[in-house]
Design a binder for this molecule. Structure first.
Ligand code: PHE
Length: 446
C-alpha cells in the first residue's frame, strides 16, 4: 500500500506545496492589516513568538502523524490510537477537520473568485472594455457565483492530477512566481509618494499593546489560519513526505517561509495604503481604525491603482495575479483533505472524487453567495476562530497523550537519526503535551 501511494518527489516540492498551503490570503492581506491595527511591530513580534512556540509544534504534530499514517487523516489518527475511545476520538477529529477544511474552502473560493475577477478586470481595463471591467469589479451575485465556480474549477483541476503531478508541480511553478511578483510590487510601491508613512506604521512598535489579551488572541488566530493548522491539510501533506526527510527541519523551513512572506507582505500593503491616502483615498474608518478586510482590497487599493495613470492597470494586474496565486495554492490543500479520504476509503478515482467534492463544496459556496450578509461572516468565524484552535488542541492531545512517546520518537527519527540528542526532542514533547494545550485553552477562555 505504502509504495503505491503518491508522494512528493523532493524536499523542495514538499516545501513549495506546504508553503503554498500556508501562504495565502491570510498572509498577504490578513497579517499586514492586523499588524497595522494592533500596534504595528508589537503585533509582528507577538506573532513571531506565537508562530514558533505554538504553531510550529502543532505543525510538527500534524506532519509526524501524517507521515507515520501513510494514509488519509481518518486512518492516520486511528493508527496511533490505543483503544476504542481514542480510535473513535481520532475518527471524530479527522471528520471534524475534513468538514472544517471543506467549509473554509467554501468561503475561500468566493474570495479567490474575487481575486480572479479583479485580475481579469485589469486585463479588460487594459484593452478598454469598460462594460466588462465594471461588471467584474462590482459586487453582484452573478459575478460572485461565476468566479467562485471558475476558481473552484481551477482548484479541482490541479487536485485531480494527483500529488506529484498536480499539487507539487503547480506549487513549484506558482510559489517562485508569487515571491517574484511580491518583491516586484514592493519595490514599485516603495517609490510612491506617501509610502514611507506606511513603513513607519508597520515597523514602529507600540509595546504598550503587546500584552493585551485581544492582541494575543488575534495573533494566535492569525498564526493558526496562516499555517493551515488543525483541519488536516498539513497532516495529509505529511502523509506524502518520504521517510528520508528530516521532519523538524522541513517543518521549520515551511514555518519560516510562511512568516517571511507575511512580513514581506507588510512591506507591500502598508506602504500601499499610505500611498493611497496620499492620493486622497480614505484609509481609516469612522472609528479611527485602519480599514481592513474586503474594504481594503477592493475599496482602497483599486483607487490607488487608478491614480497611477497608465501604469495603473499593469500594477493592478500584477497585484491580483499575486493574490490569485496565493489563494489557489492554499485552496488545493483544502480540497486535498476530503479528496484523499474519498479516494482511499471509497475507492473513487481521483479525478472523479475531485470533481464531485468540489461540486458539493461549490454548492455550499453558492448558498453563501446568495445569503452573503447572513452566512459569510458566520462561516468564517465558526471555522477559523472556533474550530481551528479547537482542532489544534485535539491534535496536541493525540500527539502528546494518546500516541506513546517512543512511538512518536521512532516515527520522527526517520530521516533524523540523531533526533533524540538534539534540542528539538528536548523541548517539543513537553510542548505538545502541556504547553500548547494550555495556551490554547487560556486563549480560548480569554
Ligand atoms: N493558510 C491559508 C492562508 O493563509 C489558509 C488555509 C487555512 C489553508 C486552512 C489551508 C487550511 O490563507
Amino acid at each position: 500500500m505504502a509504495s503505491s501511494r503518491d508522494q512528493f518527489s523532493s524536499r523542495f516540492g514538499f516545501v513549495m506545496a506546504a508553503a503554498g498551503s500556508a501562504v495565502g490570503l491570510g498572509n498577504i492581506w490578513g497579517f499586514p492589516t492586523q499588524a497595522a491595527s494592533n500596534g504595528g511591530a508589537a503585533f509582528v513580534l507577538v506573532y513571531l513568538v506565537l508562530a514558533f512556540i505554538l504553531a510550529y509544534p502543532i505543525l510538527m504534530a500534524e506532519l509526524v502523524i501524517g507521515r507515520h499514517g501513510q494514509a488519509n487523516n481518518v486512518a492516520s489518527l486511528r493508527k496511533i490510537a490505543t483503544g476504542p475511545f481514542s480510535a473513535n476520538s481520532g475518527t471524530f477529529t479527522a471528520y471534524y477537520g475534513l468538514i472544517t477544511a471543506s467549509l473554509i474552502l467554501s468561503f475561500y473560493a468566493i474570495v479567490g473568485g474575487w481575486m480572479a475577477s479583479y485580475l481579469l478586470a485589469s486585463i479588460t481595463d487594459l484593452i478598454g472594455a469598460d462594460g466588462a471591467t465594471q461588471w467584474m469589479t462590482e459586487f453582484g451575485e452573478t459575478r460572485n457565483l461565476l468566479f467562485t465556480v471558475l476558481f473552484m474549477g481551477l482548484t479541482a483541476t490541479i487536485v485531480s492530477r494527483g500529488v506529484a503531478d498536480g499539487i507539487e508541480k503547480w506549487s513549484n511553478r506558482l510559489m517562485p512566481m508569487l515571491l517574484g511578483l511580491l518583491v516586484l510590487m514592493i519595490i514599485y510601491v516603495l517609490t510612491l509618494p506617501g509610502a514611507d508613512a506606511g513603513l513607519r506604521a508597520f515597523l514602529i512598535p507600540d509595546f504598550s499593546r503587546a500584552l493585551e489579551p485581544e492582541l494575543i488572541v488575534s495573533a494566535m488566530g492569525q498564526a493558526f489560519f496562516s499555517l493551515s493548522l488543525g483541519v488536516g491539510t498539513m497532516m495529509i501533506y505529511g502523509s506524502y513526505i518520504s521517510e528520508q526527510e528530516n521532519l523538524p527541519v522541513t517543518g521549520g523551513i515551511v514555518t519560516c517561509v510562511d512568516i517571511s512572506i507575511a512580513v514581506l507582505a507588510g512591506f507591500l500593503i502598508m506602504p500601499a495604503m499610505y500611498a493611497a491616502q496620499h492620493n486622497g483615498v480614505q484609509i481609516f474608518d469612522d472609528g479611527g481604525a485602519l480599514i481592513a478586510g474586503d474594504t481594503l482590497i477592493f475599496n482602497v487599493l483599486p483607487p490607488l491603482f487608478e491614480s497611477l495613470g497608465p501604469a495603473g492597470p499593469i500594477v493592478a494586474l500584477v497585484f491580483f495575479l499575486l493574490m490569485t496565486i496565493a489563494a489557489l495554492t492554499s485552496s488545493i490543500s483544502m480540497l486535498e483533505v476530503p479528496v484523499a479520504f474519498a479516494v482511499e476509503r471509497h475507492n473513487l478515482k481521483r479525478g472523479r472524487a475531485a470533481t464531485l467534492i468540489a461540486g458539493v463544496i461549490g454548492l455550499v459556496s453558492a448558498v453563501i453567495v446568495f445569503n452573503f450578509g447572513e452566512l459569510f461572516g458566520r462561516v468564517v468565524a465558526f471555522t477559523t476562530e472556533f474550530s481551528q484552535p479547537l482542532l489544534g488542541l485535539f491534535l496536541c492531545l493525540f500527539a502528546g497523550w494518546v500516541w506513546h512517546r517512543d512511538g512518536v520518537l521512532q516515527a520522527m527519527k526517520k530521516g533524523a537519526p540523531n533526533l533524540e540528542h538534539g534540542l528539538f526532542w528536548k523541548i517539543w514533547p513537553a510542548y505538545v503535551k502541556f504547553l500548547c494545550p494550555l495556551f490554547i485553552l487560556l486563549i480560548f477562555l480569554a
